[in-house]
Each structure stands twice: as C-alpha cells, then as structure tokens.
Design a protein around this ligand. Structure first.
Ligand code: NI
Length: 171
C-alpha cells in the first residue's frame, strides 16, 4: 500500500467530471486500499477519488466505528443517494481544503446505493456524523466542495485568507 498525493483546492482535478467505474479488478481494489491508507495517514474520515487525481466514481470512508475495528474502511463505488430524511448542521473540514472548517447544512439520514469492490450492488443507511461524511464524499464525485455550501461571505473570507497564505508560501 502506498500513500497517495492529495490534491488541494483550487486544483482543477477537484472540479473535473467523474466517470462511472465499470471494471472491478485487482487494480481497482489496490487503488481503494491506497486511498484508505492515505485517508488514515492524513488523518481523515473519508476520501474521494478526485482528491487523489482520479476522475472516477469511488470513495472510501472510515468504517471503524461501525465494525468496531480500528482502521476498518469501506469503499463505495458508483454511489448514489436514493433517499434522505431530516436535517442537521455540523462542522466539516476537507483534506483538500486545508485550514478551514465550517458548519454545513446536510441531511440527517441518507440511504445510498453503491457497488462494492467486486461490483455487487449494495445499499447503506447512514445517520448523523456518518451521513455527513457520505454526503461530503459523494459531493466530491460531482466536483462539489463543502466550500460551495457556505454563504458567499464566508467563502470570500476564506479565499482571501487562502490567497494570502499562497503568497506567503511563494515568497
Ligand atoms: Ni473533502
């Protein structure tokens, strides 16, 4: 397993359209394992393929709480939210958007349909924090960052801070 490079905002890789996965082979499974290793190393609780520069519909999420096993992870291929319920507002961050956390409005409970790493259709029901993670990661597959959910005021403040930080990096 190897740790992959995480692309950071404003890299265009994060905005690119993603292709559905149609081939379920060892390469895909190795990529998912590398993504999981990268996620835990960061550390984070979810990682989407565009964040490591792959424009395909695959995410990995921390599944240790659900399986009660440290470093357990789940890969969701071609995930799609098929039902939602309720609302919640909690703090989010993103491995591709360093140094920013903000409250984001999300559904409280979701049902998602996806394929596992063998291509078998699966369904998952997620609530609370885990539902936030899934919504956040599935957004990445549509080129959407949690920044996009913020008010324009907050977003502009962040962009200003970010540009200043970039200038500091270059000088
Ligand atoms: Ni993210």
């Amino acid at each position: 397993m190897s740790i992959l490079k995480i692309y950071e905002f404003p890299d265009p890789a994060l905005r690119k359209a993603t292709e559905p996965v149609t081939v379920f082979n060892d390469d895909l499974r190795a990529l998912a394992a590398d993504m999981a290793a990268t996620m835990f190393d960061a550390p984070g609780v979810g990682l989407a393929a565009p964040q490591i520069g792959k424009s395909i519909k695959m995410i990995v999420v921390d599944h240790s709480r659900q399986e009660e096993k440290p470093n357990a992870w789940l890969a969701l291929v071609n995930p799609e939210i098929i039902a939602v319920e309720g609302l919640q507002c909690d703090t989010e961050g993103c491995l591709s958007v360093p140094d920013l956390t903000s409250k984001v409005d999300r559904y409280r409970k979701i049902t998602a349909r996806y394929q596992d790493l063998s291509g078998h259709p699966q369904e998952i029901i997620a609530e609370d924090r885990f539902a936030v993670v899934l919504q956040h990661e599935i957004d990445h597959l549509n080129g959407v960052l949690f920044l996009d959910h913020l008010s324009s005021l907050k977003r502009n403040l962040y962009l200003k801070k970010y540009k200043k930080w970039l200038r500091g990096q270059q000088s």
